[in-house]
Ligand binder design. Structure first.
Ligand code: SF4
Length: 244
């Protein structure tokens, strides 16, 4: 059984290497982190990331449980038969070893859909088959501003497998002006190890206002180290509205 928080689209991919591509999103529920350091308020005085409704089990009554791939594929295809498909979360790779997840990926590959998995890069997976290697892995590695310990948010083996075995993978780091110097050091220590992987820096924020505040220092860091900048268009346009 796989819990899914929301399936929506077609809409634009708001961030990363394929920003602007028309895509259908499947937001898988649950995560192995909480990222309260991103201080998005919800519930009764709680803080989490901008996907808190997919992460905190207090929302599980609204999640939809899938016990076969046909149903999941049907939901995706009802929205679009051609556009990119993005698996996001929560942490989608929690379900990598399930038949439902693998059958869905295999089917989408046969239908020539471009599939991106947005992951926090901490789950060790096995990538052997062609349809698995053709997935785009968008690795949103978390830094100290997530509020998670380094032990929780950094798994070198997990990153190693994805970056070596997948045909396309890239890093995304979320930057806030307040912690710029320490984030810069953390990013450089990671990119020193994974020096062949493309790097995108994105501004932190769950509202257009906060994205705007953090985007200038993010661009300064991009220019300094010759990384790439990714905006977060969905937040700039719709703040943290759901199904966007
Ligand atoms: S890893 Fe991603 S989905 Fe999970 S809590 Fe952190 S920001 Fe949210």
């Amino acid at each position: 059984m796989i819990p899914v928080d929301e399936i929506f689209g077609p809409t634009i991919q708001g961030e990363g290497k394929y920003m602007g591509n028309i895509s259908v999103f499947v937001r898988f529920s649950r995560c192995n982190m909480n990222c309260s350091g991103f201080v998005v308020p919800y519930g009764d005085g709680k803080f989490g990331c901008d996907s808190f409704h997919a992460v905190d089990k207090m929302f599980q009554k609204s999640w939809q449980n899938f016990d076969n791939s046909y149903e999941l594929i049907d939901h995706i295809e009802k929205l679009s038969l051609y556009d990119d498909v993005v698996f996001t979360g929560g942490e989608p790779l929690l379900y990598w070893d399930t038949d439902i997840f693998q059958q869905t990926l295999k089917y989408l590959h046969e239908k020539k859909r471009k599939v991106t998995i947005e992951t926090n890069g901490t789950i060790v997976i096995d990538i052997q088959k062609l349809y698995q290697k053709d997935i785009v892995f968008s690795i949103g590695l978390k830094l100290s501003n997530s509020g998670e310990s380094k032990q929780t948010r950094f798994n070198q083996k997990a990153i190693d497998i994805i970056t070596k075995k997948a045909n396309i993978s890239y890093f995304k780091f979320v930057i806030d002006e307040k912690n710029l110097t320490s984030l810069e050091d953390e990013i450089l220590s990671i990119t020193k190890i994974f020096d062949k992987t493309e790097v995108f820096l994105m501004p932190l924020g769950d509202s257009a206002k906060k994205i705007e505040q953090n985007s200038h220092s993010t661009i300064d860091l991009v220019l300094k180290h010759k990384f790439k900048y990714s905006d977060r268009l969905h937040i700039r346009l719709w703040d943290n509205e759901r199904k966007r």
